[in-house]
Design a protein around this ligand. Structure first.
Ligand SMILES: *Cc1c(COP(=O)(O)O)cnc(C)c1O
Length: 353
């Protein structure tokens, strides 16, 4: 049985032409700044996002956390949504390595408002931890691949500027937002001081992220990356995969979005399963299993028996992620898998949320 792996867009395999690009990549010692392929990747993304400089990182976690460390001092605070990756899924790095706390906000679909941010920024007084950074995630992972509207980001930028605060974008999947909205990457990047982009999610590279910002900021971030153990040598072999991904795998993200939409609508039509279709905006969505009469883990295991893999994501929820190794035919088979599993549901009267 072929397995349809909808657990994450991180499971993507480097394609043959991507491996070819890796094998012929020109390399040098990147600690000396002498890897031409790493330099090309950094310049390519800096250019596309309208920033002065970029820095190749081993992971999205490293990229976000080097940014946080560079932006902040011990005892300070980062404002972000309660569901953000930088707070939940990065192993507690910000408090452990940077000595900063989070001031967490709630909001629809992973978003926060300028008004909330304004109310949350600490008064300048030694009684309080001092606000050092505002961090936003786009697209939002835990909210289900949702897009943070640019309009509100621009308003938050206004508040940040009034208080002299920098803004960081966890843009692990920014290119999904770019493809879904048609808004240029540089427009998305404009309100932010720093942006982290993942190459190893839907873009399909095996490893790597890039942090973008001003020349001065990136010069400082080079020190922090070294402290975090992230200075690499002939990393051009990896950067070549990232360049290949950016040149070949951006526009095709639209296919993943179309596949997610079709699967979400079919799953939502099954009695016992609910999908908030308003939240299905890119390549991720959540399935609410509460009306199936089974726990999310029971549903997950039954789907796995049908060869359809996904992750439980909080109580009564499964997360579905489409990506470049999932075809339209796979989506049809996944729908059949869901329909088969639904025959074993013990529907309750309870309404889904
Ligand atoms: C995947 C991801 C990251 C980076 O995580 P790594 O595990 O370090 O690759 C950061 N932010 C978001 C929103 C992500 O989905």
């Amino acid at each position: 049985m072929t397995v349809i792996d909808l657990r994450s867009d991180t499971v993507t395999q480097p394609s043959e032409p991507m491996r070819q690009a890796m094998s012929v990549a020109e390399v040098g010692d990147d600690v000396y700044g002498e890897d031409p392929t790493v330099n090309r990747l950094q310049e390519y993304l800096a250019d596309r996002l309208g920033k002065e400089a970029g820095l190749f990182m081993a992971s999205g976690t490293m990229s976000n956390q080097v940014a946080i460390n560079t932006h902040t001092h011990h005892g300070q605070e980062v404002i972000c949504h309660r569901w953000n990756h930088v707070f939940n899924f990065e192993g507690g790095t910000a408090p452990a390595f940077s000595g900063v706390g989070f001031n967490l906000l709630d909001g629809e679909y992973g978003t926060i408002t300028a008004e909330q941010v304004e109310e949350t920024i600490r008064p300048v007084s030694y009684h309080y931890p001092q606000t050092a950074l505002i961090s936003i995630e786009n697209t939002h992972n835990k909210a289900g691949g949702t897009i943070f509207p640019l309009e509100e980001i621009v308003k938050i930028r206004g508040v940040a500027e009034a208080h002299g605060l920098p803004m960081h974008l966890d843009g692990a999947r920014l290119f999904n937002a770019v493809v879904a909205t048609g808004i240029d990457p540089s427009e998305w990047a404009e309100p932010f001081d720093t942006i982290s982009i993942c190459l190893s999610k839907g873009l399909g590279a095996p490893v790597g992220s890039v942090l973008l910002g001003s020349r001065d900021f990136i010069d400082q971030a080079v020190w922090v990356r070294k402290r975090f153990g992230g200075a690499m040598r002939q990393a051009g072999v990896l950067a070549a995969a990232g360049l290949y991904a950016l040149e070949h795998n951006v526009d095709r993200l639209a296919d993943d979005h179309g596949n997610a939409r079709r699967l979400a609508e079919s799953v939502n039509a099954i009695t016992g399963l609910d999908v908030d279709l308003r939240a299905v905006q890119t390549n991720i969505f959540m399935v609410n299993t509460s009306r199936s009469g089974l726990s999310e883990e029971e549903v997950q295991l039954k789907l796995a028996d049908e060869g359809v893999l996904m992750h439980p994501f909080g109580r009564d929820h499964l997360r579905v992620v489409t990506h470049l190794n999932v075809s339209g035919e796979d989506i049809s088979r996944a729908i059949e898998g869901f329909e088969k599993v639904a025959e074993e549901f013990r529907p309750t009267g309870a309404t889904g949320v």
